[in-house]
Design a protein around this ligand. Sequence first.
Ligand code: SF4
Ligand code: SF4
Length: 513
Amino acid sequence: MDTFSYDAWDRLLVEVVAEDGKVDYERLAARGALLKEFVAGLDAASPDSRPELFGSEEDELAYWINAYNAFTLDAIVDEYPIRSVWKTRDGRFFQRRRHIAGGASLSLDDIEHEILRSDFAEPRIHFAINCGANGCPAVRPSAYRGEGLRDTLRQATEAFLANPWNCRVDHEAGKIFISRIFRMYAEDFAGGAGSTEKYRRGVLGFVAEHTGLDAERIAAYEVVYNTYDWGLNDTHRDPNIGPITFHEPVEHFAEADGELRELHLYEGNFCNRDCSWCTIQGSPDGWYQAYTPEVLDQALDSLAADGNLKFYGGEPTLHTPETVAAMRYVRERGFAGLITVFSNGIQAEKLISILESDPKSEAVLNYSIYHGRDAKPMPRYARDRLEEWARENPNRIFQGYKVLFHAGGGAEQEFDRDRESEYHGMGNRCLRCFPVLTTKGRFHACPFAAEVDSPHFDLGAVGTKSETVFGNYRSFLRWVDEELDPAAAARGVSSCEMCHRHLAELPVPEFAG
Ligand code: SF4
Ligand code: SF4
C-alpha cells in the first residue's frame, strides 16, 4: 500500500535539530529547498484529501503533528531573524498565516484546535507539537510516524517532564512546579472535568502517570505553573529570560465551579500617575477609600479560600500600611490562596515591603511604565531595585502585557496596531475577567470598567449572599456571550469600547437582588 512520504522531512530534521531539541534556523534557511519540498508534499496530500495513504488513526495523527511542526518552521523562516513568534511582522502568527494541507487552507490554530485537539483524544500531542518557543517540547530530530506513535508520544511526554524546567517537585514545601502547558490545556489532561478542583486533580494524575511520582503523595500539593518562555527556540540565541517576566493569570472560570476562584479588590483610582490610556482613569485627583473589615469579610466569604485575591487601584503603594494590613487581615482569617498586587512600581521600596509582608504574594507592573514605552518610564533606581529583588525572589514580580484596552481612558485612544489586543492574538472581545469588590462595598462585574457606574455591572453589595454574587456573575457572562460581544461585533468596535461608549443601547443582564 502507498503511504505518505516523510523522506524530505527526515533529511531536513536530522540536519537542523540540535541535540537539545532546538533549531538551527540559519541552516534551516540554507536548506529551504528541502523544507519547501516537504511543505509541497503536505499540500499535495492529507488524510482528508488522500485517505488511502493513511491506514490508521495513528497515521493520520502523525501527519497532523508533522504538518504543524513543518508549517511552524516554514513560517518562522519567512520572518527570520525574529526573537519570538510574537514578534512577527504583522502579529497573529498562529491565526493569520495560512498553510495548505491536502489543498485546504489552514492556520496553525486551525490545525491545533480544530484538528489535533478535536479529532484525536490524545493529550500527549502537546509534547510533540512545537510552536517555535523555548517553552515548547524539544523538536524531534526525525518525523513522527503512525507505527508505534503512542509509544513515541509517551516517550516525548516523559522526556518533557524529566526536564526540571517543566516539572519539579518540592516535597518539603508540598509544591509541584509544572509547565504552563498544563494550565493552557487543562481540559485536555483532565477530560471534561468542568471544575477547577477536578482539573487540578486530573493534571496531577497525568503528571504522576508520566513521571513515576506517587499520585497519592502529590494529590494535595499546591500546583505552581511556571513562566512560559516564548523566546525563539533558536540554537543561535541563548534563552534570555529577564528577572521580570510576563504575568499570566492562574485562575480561569470553569463551568462547574461553585464559587469565585478570583476576586479583585479596588480601593479607588487615586494614583501618582495619570496615564492617558488608564482604564479606570487614575490620577492624583482620583478617589481613595480604605479597606474596612466589612469589605474584607465579604471578600473572604465570596472567594474560594485557595483562590486568587487581586489588589488594585489606583496605586496600592500610596497606602502601603493599609494594603499590608488588609492582606494580613485576610490571612489571619484563613485565606490561603495567592495575593496579587497591581502597581506602577514607582515606589519600589514600598512595593517590596508589601511583597515581603506575605510570602504568597506577587506583584504585576504596568508594561508601559516599566519599559517607558507610551508612558513616562519609572525612575531608573526603582527599576534597578525591583529587578534586583526579582532576581533574588523568582516568580514574585511580573510585568503586564503591552496591550491597550479601549476601556476608560483607553476608549479615547487612537488605534495603534502594535498595542492592539487583536494584533497580539487576544482578539477584541470581552476578556471575561473575574469581578471586583470596591472599598465602597459594591460588587462590580469588570475591573476595567470599575469607574463605570451602571446597572449592567451591578453584581451586589456588602451583605449580598455569596451564592447570589456568583449567580449574578454567571448571568453577566451569559450577557457577554449573548448581548455584548455580538453587539460589538455588529458595530465593528471592540467589546471594551462597546462597554464604554454604547452600553446604554444594551439590555441589563438578569441579576438577582
Ligand atoms: S495605569 Fe496605573 S499608573 Fe497609570 S494612572 Fe492608571 S493606575 Fe495609575
Ligand atoms: S468588554 Fe466590557 S466587561 Fe469585558 S473586559 Fe472590556 S470593559 Fe470589561
